[in-house]
Write a protein that binds this ligand. Structure first.
Ligand SMILES: [Fe+2]
Length: 362
């Protein structure tokens, strides 16, 4: 259910629940979890009343990303020196002041009680929260076709994704390939991680940042998978022209929809699913793999970032053709993973749909 579909009462209750969690994380010194409540591009400002009333911008704390909040927590844990004290935060008068499809504005009063090691409790601070609450979506600031290329590109995963290469879930040296339909609209990429050759792979990747043989997970169950079919295929990306991707990576099953919102932005809508007869363990495995390749997965974030980097590079040459070729050639099938034939196939078909001649590389 999206934020816009909630009734006023349901929205109020959800916001109340969110704020209760927020307060609990602070009161119980679970500040790492507190920082996780903010979206990546969050704004966190503590403005003195004198400045707020006069519209003056200076703030006691002025953070413009979740990263800055995480830095504050790390600093508090490792660098700052302060006397032992405990906090209790009290909230009241919650009111939703505005709402639309994707966000809600809320305000409430707060008071912070501080208890020091002497046992003395005092009111440390009081004021008003003005919150902007969003349902987090995966927005990417790039043209949607860059993402269509990404899912058709078997080569990038091994260069970009440390998790894939290091833990062997995907390497260009694996057995796999791409298959296109007759018109090169759709692409099926499939890989078998059974074909890993640890010694050979170490030789190939030993000088690369994305392969770190020393890298270990604190909790290896993130990668624990269960074999579902006997075909040895461990990764399938089916890209259906123009904007649908069907995925099976390890035990994740998901559909991704690319929804363009302009020439330089799109949203990725993810729908994860399982089978009705999945046992509890399998459901847990599928949910856990979402941390690797879900909307905020450890590798999915890299794809979004890569698209944005390419977008910035391409947009800076406005009006000029940008062309990077691995080997050139034409669209078609391949029985290995070092190919761009699927991307070329996409553009061959796209060209016929929009009826334009390709820019000639110079
Ligand atoms: Fe990727």
């Amino acid at each position: 259910m999206t934020l816009g579909e909630l009734s006023d009462e349901a929205l109020h209750s959800r916001v109340q629940q969110l704020l209760a969690e927020y307060v609990e994380f602070i009161d119980d010194d679970r500040l790492e979890q507190w920082a996780d409540l903010f979206v990546e591009r969050a704004v966190y400002r503590v403005v003195p009343r004198e400045n707020a009333d006069r519209g003056l911008p200076a703030a006691a704390i002025d953070c413009d990303s979740r990263g800055m909040l995480v830095d504050r927590v790390v600093s508090l844990r490792q660098a700052n020196i302060y006397g032992v004290h405990y906090h209790r935060l009290l909230l009241s008068n919650l009111r939703i002041t505005a709402r639309n499809e994707t966000e809600a504005r809320a305000q409430c009063n707060y008071a912070v009680l501080q208890t020091r090691s002497t046992g003395e409790t005092s009111i440390y601070n009081a004021g008003k929260y003005l919150d902007r609450i969003v349902a987090e979506r995966q927005y990417v600031h790039g043209n949607w076709k860059l993402y269509a290329e990404n899912t058709r590109d078997p080569y990038h995963a091994s260069l970009l994704h440390l998790f894939h290469t290091t833990f062997g879930t995907y390497r260009s040296s694996q057995k796999g390939g791409v298959t296109l339909d007759a018109e090169h609209r759709h692409s099926l990429l499939q890989v078998s991680s059974d074909s890993n050759d640890a010694q050979k792979d170490h030789e190939i990747y030993k000088d690369m940042r994305i392969f770190d043989a020393q890298f270990r997970l604190q909790n290896p169950t993130l990668l624990a998978a269960r074999r579902e079919f006997d075909d040895g295929v461990t990764l399938v990306i089916l890209s259906v022209f123009p904007n649908l991707i069907v995925q099976q990576i390890a035990n994740t099953l998901a559909v991704r929809q690319i929804v363009p919102s302009g020439p330089d932005a799109f949203e990725l809508v993810w729908t994860s699913f399982g089978y009705a007869d999945d046992d509890a363990d399998m459901q847990r495995i599928r949910l856990k793999h979402g941390n690797l390749i879900g909307p905020t997965g450890l590798t999915s974030m890299e794809d979004g970032e890569a698209v944005e980097i390419v977008q910035r590079a391409v947009a800076s040459d406005d009006g000029q053709p940008s062309f990077i070729a691995m080997g050139g050639g034409r669209g078609g099938d391949a029985e290995h993973l070092v190919t761009e034939s699927s991307i070329i196939g996409f553009w061959e078909y796209y060209r016929t749909v929009v009826d334009f001649e390709p820019a000639r590389p110079r």
